[in-house]
Design a protein around this ligand. Structure first.
Ligand SMILES: [Zn+2]
Length: 208
């Protein structure tokens, strides 16, 4: 990637936008009103807006290694609270992807330094779903299933937060789980049963 080319690309992008709408940047400068909070993986192949066909201003984005929602991560929790309490987003999506290096790295017997505590959360997902995962012999299929189960557990982590519980009660905000298949480009809806998970965990995690 040639960094000088980035600025040429940017000039071309500005021209393309203005061709379609001559006040495009005036409008963009007025503020944002995104309806969707997207929490995805940092993987360079999984671009948030591009794979959804979304435009600037439509999606509030947070990305980290393996699309994790960790309750003591100030970054994801700040993004969540800002998106839900201030931007009043209508939907939250956790989007994982097959062949996720973070998910695979989490299951290797290796000391990965600062990544150890981060990826440890994925080992916990494995432990919760060990019975199912241990029946899958094909290594790649096992990791792909772990990717799906990780998305599900991160959705549950979102439901554990006061912000999501309050927004669900007040305006029906729901959490969705998706997986991007890097081999086909297809976006798959895992059809997370929000109400079921909410009901299942509220006995223990009820906050608001
Ligand atoms: Zn990934």
């Amino acid at each position: 990637m040639n960094l000088d080319k980035v600025f040429d690309n940017n000039e071309k992008w500005i021209k393309d936008k203005l061709k379609v709408k001559d006040n495009y940047f005036e409008e963009l400068g007025k503020g944002q009103n995104p309806e969707l909070l997207y929490i995805g993986c940092s993987d360079s192949r999984v671009t948030a807006e591009e794979l959804m066909g979304a435009e600037p201003g439509e999606v509030f984005v947070h990305r980290n290694i393996a699309n994790m929602v960790i309750s003591i991560d100030l970054n994801v929790m700040s993004v969540l609270n800002y998106a839900v309490d201030h931007l009043k987003v209508k939907y939250i999506v956790v989007c994982g992807h097959y062949a996720c290096g973070g998910v695979k790295a989490a299951m290797q017997s290796a000391d990965l330094g600062i990544l150890n505590p981060w990826l440890r959360n994925i080992r916990d997902v494995y432990r919760i779903h060990k019975t199912e995962l241990n029946t899958i012999e094909d290594e790649d299929k096992k990791y792909d299933r772990l990717v799906e189960l990780n998305v599900k557990e991160q959705c549950v982590n979102l439901i554990k937060t006061a912000a999501v519980q309050k927004a669900y009660r007040e305006r029906g905000l729901k959490v969705h789980g998706w997986v991007f298949d890097v081999h086909t480009g297809k976006l798959i809806d895992l059809k997370i049963n929000f109400e079921k998970y909410l009901k299942d965990i509220m006995e223990i995690y009820h906050l608001d």
